[in-house]
Design a binder for this molecule. Structure first.
Ligand code: PXG
Length: 289
């Protein structure tokens, strides 16, 4: 496997980061997870735009343009001879002396991995996922901006641990006010009386690229939708529920905290979104070679 690291495509064994990199020492950095399908990178520009917004929000100046990073990403995928897979693009604060001060790090590091990912076993795409609500809350915006896709993922990891310990694959995270924010690595949607609903970004959800695609699809399918605050009650009484994410794609949810949602099977509108998403991923994107 060839890894793009600070301007060079190097062998996996040579792709090393210093122990003095603040990305490792303090989780100081940002990242993106991107998919490619059929030789084309899906929503590449949107991911790179979000990367720049995350970087701007943590005062990390990137010495590359958005166009440069799109090009490096394409080169990395092409160098690995894959037609379908997953890209992990990471920017760290770079090397510096010990101590939190990011101004001690003169230059960020960037690496790009093009590989594959399988988040959930196939059977759950057919039969649906069982979710739990975890005790770990999404951080308040005043503590750690939830929109920044930073290298600080301990909050989500602790929530994921709760899910796994409860024999579930994913967990709903509430914000400090008790409203549903999202899951540990996926955005959440419900359908009630034919209306698609999803939590507000200001309730602590990541502004997911897949979330945005679903809202576009809803508009083009003439399915009414609304972003609004949701509670567990709204999910318990929903007709349908599903999750979205670059890695997860669109996956049905059939229960929350062992309570059945809707009919207990993936719903008809959920199936339409799964189908619509699949068509888009296989018919659009940036060609990489
Ligand atoms: N919420 C959170 C907290 C995320 O990290 C999403 C929602 C979905 O957003 P997108 O833009 O992908 O539709 C994410 C996505 C990984 C990995 O290993 C990345 C994410 C989640 C889980 C694993 O690269 N990020």
């Amino acid at each position: 496997m060839k890894i793009w690291l600070d301007g060079n495509l190097v062998d996996e064994a040579a792709a090393k980061i210093s122990v003095f990199d603040h990305g490792l020492l303090y989780g100081d950095g940002v990242f993106e997870g991107i998919r490619f399908y059929n030789g084309r990178i899906f929503r590449l520009e949107a991911h790179i735009r979000r990367l720049f917004e995350s970087a701007r929000a943590i005062v990390l100046d990137l010495p590359w343009s958005q166009e440069d990073i799109c090009r490096f990403t394409c080169e990395t995928v092409a160098a690995n001879g894959l037609s379908d897979g997953y890209i992990r693009l990471v920017v760290t604060r770079g090397c510096g002396e010990l101590g939190l001060n990011p101004y001690l790090c003169p230059r960020p590091s960037m690496f790009i991995i093009a590989s594959t990912i399988k988040l959930y076993p196939e059977e759950h795409y057919t039969n649906g996922l069982a979710l739990i609500t975890c005790a770990t809350r999404r951080p308040a915006p005043g503590a750690l901006m939830p929109q920044v896709k930073s290298l600080n993922y301990l909050n989500n990891i602790m929530a994921k641990v709760e899910a796994i310990q409860a024999n579930a694959l994913e967990a709903i995270m509430l914000n400090e006010q008790g409203y549903v924010a999202e899951c540990t690595g996926d955005n959440l949607f419900i359908i009630k009386n034919g209306v698609l609903l999803t939590p507000l970004i200001s309730d602590g959800a990541l502004d997911g690229i897949t979330r945005g695609v679903i809202l576009e699809l809803a508009a083009s399918l003439a399915i009414p939708f609304q972003e609004r605050s949701l509670t567990r009650y709204d999910i318990f009484i929903a007709d349908e529920c599903f999750l979205t994410g670059t890695a997860a794609e669109v996956i049905p949810v059939v229960s929350l905290d062992r309570r059945t949602i809707g009919s207990g099977n993936p719903g008809p509108l959920t199936r339409r979104f799964i189908e619509g998403f699949k068509q888009l991923t296989h018919s659009s994107g940036t060609p990489f070679s």
